[in-house]
Design a protein around this ligand. Structure first.
Ligand code: FO1
Length: 297
């Protein structure tokens, strides 16, 4: 299950080390948005671009070698340009929107994009029905991208809502993938905005006995983004133990970083099997290394 940076990085490592075609990545659609009539799926695209080897590692989003001529022209027309629509990335949004308009379902469209990018793994958005993550801030209730990109995730967040989750059904392929999986891995991403939207829709299909969760917090810091500040603002415990408590219904193994070995006993006491690994992935080598170590657990 992958949303955000950490989950997508781990998906890249797993894709590299597993036999071709044996990985399924279920992505969150909670931070999808529509701009200029285009259907944009940032977290699904991050996984697609990473698995296709074209992710923009410098920007941490979008396509490598990106240019922004279209965005500059939109700016000249006086349009809002806070969301960075890159020229190459726009091709994905155009094609996704076009294929959806021909009546194809979101999961089939994503599978097609993945196939055309030469990806062997299955990438499945969690649901066909719209789900939108909203955050409450001092500037009001914002869409996730308004908070994340426009406001540069600098505002305190006092509530997260996953709008539409109760009506949304898992996308075609999700139930089969979860039923047939040897292992299910909850990636090291922000639980509140990256993982819980997925769990809200597919959680009932997850067998905790086969599921492991990887900590997104190491030595008091998140891999990237506002995980710590957000959990604190929500009044939640922003530690690996707090994360583990939140996943209790879904996972039986918790992967903790060596740096946080002092929390192993508390997490074990919650009923988990605890594995201590170096969970900080760094570059492609580190992503493959962590993937290999997880597969040995
Ligand atoms: N993140 C930014 O910080 N600024 C952007 O302008 C931006 C544009 C963007 C365009 C397409 C895309 O797929 C992702 C984009 N992201 C951008 C990243 C993204 O909004 C967030 O990192 C995730 O949604 C949070 O998980």
């Amino acid at each position: 299950l992958a949303g955000g940076t950490g989950g997508a990085m781990l998906a890249e490592g797993l894709d590299a080390v597993l036999p071709a075609g044996s990985l399924t990545v279920i992505t969150t659609t909670g931070d999808d948005l529509e701009l200029f009539g285009l259907a944009i799926s940032p977290d699904t695209d991050a996984v697609l671009y990473r698995l296709a080897g074209i992710f923009n590692e410098e920007a941490h989003w979008g396509v490598a070698g990106e240019t922004f001529a279209t965005l500059e022209m939109l700016k000249r027309y006086g349009e809002d340009t806070w969301f960075g629509l890159g020229d190459r990335d726009l091709a994905t949004h155009l094609l996704r929107t076009h294929l959806l308009q021909t009546g194809r379902a979101a999961a089939a469209v994503t599978a097609d994009l993945g196939f055309r990018l030469g990806i062997n793994s299955q990438v499945i958005p969690m649901s066909e029905q719209p789900v939108r993550t909203k955050v409450t801030t001092p500037k009001g209730r914002l869409d996730l991208q308004e908070y994340f990109v426009r406001e540069r995730h600098a505002l305190p967040v006092s509530a997260v809502e996953i709008v539409g989750a109760s009506e949304a059904r898992p996308a075609p392929g999700v139930a089969d993938a979860l039923r047939e999986a040897d292992r299910v891995i909850i990636g090291p991403s922000n639980p509140a905005i990256s993982i819980e939207p997925i769990l809200a829709v597919v959680g009932d299909l997850i067998d905790p006995d086969r599921t492991m969760a990887i900590t997104p917090i190491v030595a008091g810091a998140a891999l990237k983004g506002p995980t710590l500040e957000m959990l604190q603002g929500l009044g939640r415990e922003a530690t690996p133990t707090g994360i583990a408590r939140g996943y209790k219904l879904y996972a039986s193994t918790f992967v903790l970083d060596h740096e946080d070995a002092a929390e192993a006993a508390a997490i074990h006491a919650l009923g988990y099997r605890v594995a201590l690994l170096d969970t900080v992935m760094g570059g492609p080598e580190g992503r493959r290394r962590l993937a290999e170590e997880l597969l040995l657990l």
